[in-house]
Design a protein around this ligand. Structure first.
Ligand code: HEC
Ligand code: HEC
Length: 278
């Protein structure tokens, strides 16, 4: 072994530990923001785009084409789908498919968070790379819950669970059921449960409309409504009353309740992350 190789090997251990610490740290950072709101920035850093391109050529190009122009298979073009679609399909493990004939169903994500952000950066950059004007929706930002049960006029940037309940009942419950447990559509399509979806994924599904689910564009559903639904679906994961859903009335939401939700979020997501990483 050369001296350089030996020192590289000596470095690998500590560097690995540092990398692990960074990953664990960022998991806690990300989960810490769950109960509040969720904001997601798509990288435009050239090194991320390049890393995403390499992953794309290895794992996606065979079906979606060299620069996402669509392929010989049934795989759709990705040039203008936008960051939200890429992030949704990758974080829910729907992509990559093993076989173009397979159903794009929810799985454990194939890539880690860094690789996903690199692939998203690349898909997001495709319109620029290919000189196309059209771009798809970007990853939505979910507004935080208001500290009170009714909207606070002095804080227009927050949403309430009752707004979420209302918009969910009107737009989503017909397919996903009142408690988000899913079901079967008339044509035999399976409607998935929403219990594994985080707030960002709910916002993405709303804007992207993973077929056969319809797209809810900002013209039909405001960002406020989208955020309220995302918060409400998150609430459905752990309703405050374990004996049943108190879905007709929300009393004042105490700060303690928000704290409990927040704590649960951290525990659950930490457990889930450890589970999927193991
Ligand atoms: C084996 C072929 C195959 C591979 C490999 C594959 N895909 Fe797909 N992809 C498909 C098919 C088929 C669909 C349409 C599925 C559907 O609508 O249910 C699709 C749909 C998508 C969509 C949704 C497009 C839209 O119009 O909203 C995205 C985003 C996507 N793929 C990204 C990726 C990425 C990123 C990779 C690589 C990590 C990848 N795919 C790998 C076949 C593939
Ligand atoms: C017409 C029926 C229909 C309506 C209305 C509908 N959905 Fe869906 N939804 C589906 C189907 C079917 C899928 C699965 C699509 C797939 O896997 O490609 C889905 C998938 C999802 C997912 C992904 C779940 C997962 O597996 O991670 C989320 C989140 C979601 N829907 C949220 C919503 C929200 C929020 C609304 C209301 C704004 C809504 N849906 C309205 C049929 C519907």
């Amino acid at each position: 072994m050369t001296a350089a190789a030996r020192s590289r090997r000596l470095l690998a251990g500590p560097l690995g530990l540092v990398a692990l610490a960074v990953v664990v740290g960022s998991v806690f950072f990300v989960t810490g923001t769950q109960a509040h709101g969720q904001s997601n920035v798509v990288s435009t850093n050239p090194s991320d785009i390049l890393a995403g391109q390499q992953l794309f050529q290895e794992h996606c190009q065979a079906c979606h084409g060299y620069e996402g122009e669509g392929g010989q298979t049934s795989a759709p073009p990705l040039v203008s789908v936008g960051a939200a679609a890429a992030d949704f399909y990758l974080t829910t493990g729907r992509m990559p498919l093993n076989n173009p004939g397979n159903e794009a169903a929810r799985h454990h994500p194939f890539f880690d968070a860094t690789q996903i952000s690199q692939l998203v950066a690349y898909v997001n950059a495709l319109p620029t790379i290919t000189g196309t004007n059209q771009t798809g929706p970007t990853i939505p930002t979910v507004a935080p819950l208001c500290p009170t049960a009714t909207p606070d006029p002095s804080d227009p940037g927050c949403v309430t669970l009752s707004e979420g309940l209302q918009a969910f009942s009107l737009n989503c419950a017909a397919c996903h059921q009142a408690a988000g447990s899913g079901g079967i559509l008339s044509k035999g399509n399976v409607v998935p449960s929403l219990h594994n979806s985080n707030m960002t994924q709910v916002g993405e599904a709303i804007r992207v409309g993973p077929k056969p689910m319809p797209v809810f564009a900002p013209s039909q559903m405001s960002d406020q409504q989208m955020s309220a639904i995302a918060q409400y679906v998150q609430y459905l994961h752990h309703p405050a009353d374990p004996g049943g859903l108190g879905i007709s009335h929300f009393g004042p939401v105490a700060e303690g309740f928000v704290a409990v939700l927040f704590g649960f979020g951290i525990l659950l997501f930490a457990a889930r992350m450890i589970g999927t990483r193991g």
